[in-house]
Structure formats: structure tokens, C-alpha cells
Write a protein that binds this ligand. Structure first.
Ligand SMILES: [Zn+2]
Length: 63
């Protein structure tokens, strides 16, 4: 299980997501950036920033 917390990239944003596959977490995060943060052009740089912040989800922080 992988997870991404938007606050690691956009301070103050409480959105987070988790999925079994890193690729799925990144896909959802990119979609969130586009919809919520108005990033209409997804730069490769942003994908790298997201990927660098995806981490292993621990069972105890079950949402
Ligand atoms: Zn966000």
C-alpha cells in the first residue's frame, strides 16, 4: 500500500490518497493537482515531485 499526502507538496492541503500501486497514487495525485490546485499543465517535474513523496502506508494510519 502506497500513500501520498498533498501537504508534503502544497502546505496546508489536507488531501491524501492511497492505493496498492505507486502508479495509481501518482495518477490520482496528478488529477488532484489539476482539479484542486489548477495545474492544467502537468510537468514532468511535478510527477517527479509527487513520486519522491509517495511513501509506504502503515496499517495504523488507516483512513
Ligand atoms: Zn492538494
Amino acid at each position: 500500500m502506497k500513500q501520498f499526502e498533498c501537504a508534503t507538496l502544497v502546505p496546508g492541503c489536507e488531501w491524501h490518497t492511497r492505493a496498492n500501486e505507486e502508479a495509481e497514487v501518482i495518477r490520482r495525485a496528478v488529477e488532484h493537482m489539476r482539479l484542486v490546485h489548477g495545474e492544467t499543465v502537468i510537468r514532468e517535474n511535478m510527477v517527479q515531485n509527487i513520486r519522491a513523496r509517495v511513501r509506504e502506508a502503515k496499517k495504523e494510519d488507516a483512513a
